[in-house]
Design a protein around this ligand. Structure first.
Ligand code: NAP
Length: 286
């Protein structure tokens, strides 16, 4: 199977690397070409435009920052969709708005190209080790055809329903993640300011009811001040904005997401835009 990966950032690079390691014929493309170098060393072909990457591929997977990036890479000048074979499948794995995912699916359909929304949970480590979880929306026959490539990158795959179902589940998931990380920063800052041993406090939280996998991992990074990026601060702010819009459409006023989002935006304004989401605790330490 020939698979192209558009976007070789933290997540896309790991995903493409797993596809190469598992024997797929991989072509990668990234806006900043420097990020293709390590994938090229693994044996992948690096294309100079999304269209060049997409032509001849059975499956084209995008892993891009946001709606704007996705729109430009699929439909902009030199975009991927126009170059795809009619029987090929476009897979959008970026975290995007449901509206844009549906618009993109319609654009693919009008060109005779199959479309799946397949965002992921898991982060850098899971992308690099092929242990992501895919949340898939779209026709079952396309899902079955894409499955071998998705399986190569994942530890689990959930097919959730028609187009947009994966994107919807992802926004629900990341709403909860964003709110947890923002709350955790406040909780740890409170422990520190109260004179408690912060490591002991984090151990108590981790072992108790609030101890989700995310809380445990991010608390450790906050304690160690280890902010090399796994998940960039602005991307969480983006996810919370997208979730807010989706929930509002369903009649749910997501005020907790607004408050959490403000914590991530404040961290970005304070210079943590290139750091991991755990770095938001630093604003509360000042
Ligand atoms: P990242 O390292 O910042 O990668 C973002 C990618 O988008 C890069 O390839 C970047 O290209 C590209 N891009 C941004 N704007 C673009 C534009 N206008 N045109 C073309 N390409 C553009 O972020 P990431 O962590 O890999 O995240 C990628 C997606 O996965 C996001 O939607 C994110 O929300 C989602 N996600 C992330 C995680 C995580 O833990 N990191 C987990 C699950 C889902 P350049 O290199 O040229 O800037």
């Amino acid at each position: 199977m020939k698979v192209s990966v558009l976007g070789l950032g933290i997540m896309g690079a790991g995903m493409a690397g797993q596809l190469v390691a598992k024997g797929f014929e991989v072509t990668g493309w990234n806006r900043n070409p420097a990020k293709g170098a390590s994938l090229a060393r693994m044996g992948a072909r690096i294309a100079t435009t999304p269209a060049e990457a997409a032509g001849g591929a059975d499956l084209v997977i995008a892993m891009l920052a946001d709606d704007d990036a996705s729109r430009s890479v699929w439909l902009g000048e030199g975009g991927a969709l126009g170059a795809m074979r009619r029987d090929a499948i476009a897979v959008e794995s970026s975290t995007l708005t449901i509206d844009w995912v549906r618009e993109l699916a319609a654009a693919a359909q009008s060109r005779g190209v199959g479309f799946l929304d397949a965002p992921v949970t898991g982060s850098k480590a899971q992308a690099e080790s092929g242990m992501l979880s895919f949340l898939v929306g779209g026709p079952v026959d396309l899902f079955e055809r894409a499955k071998p490539a998705l399986t190569a990158m994942s530890g689990s795959i959930a097919h959730l329903g028609p187009t947009g179902s994966g994107a919807t589940m992802k926004l629900i998931n990341n709403f909860l993640c964003g709110v947890q990380v923002a709350s955790l920063a406040e909780a740890l800052a409170m422990a520190e300011r109260s004179g408690l041993d912060a490591r002991q406090a984090a151990a108590v939280l981790g072992a108790g009811s609030p101890g989700s996998p995310l809380v445990k991992i991010v608390a450790q990074r906050m304690l160690d001040r280890a902010y090399e990026p796994n998940f960039f601060v602005p991307l969480m702010a983006k996810d919370l904005a997208y979730a807010r819009q989706a929930f509002a459409r369903a009649g749910i006023d997501l005020r907790s997401a607004d408050i959490a989002r403000e914590a991530f935006l404040a961290a970005e304004r304070a210079g943590f835009g290139e750091q991991d989401i755990a770095s938001i605790v630093e604003l509360l330490r000042r």
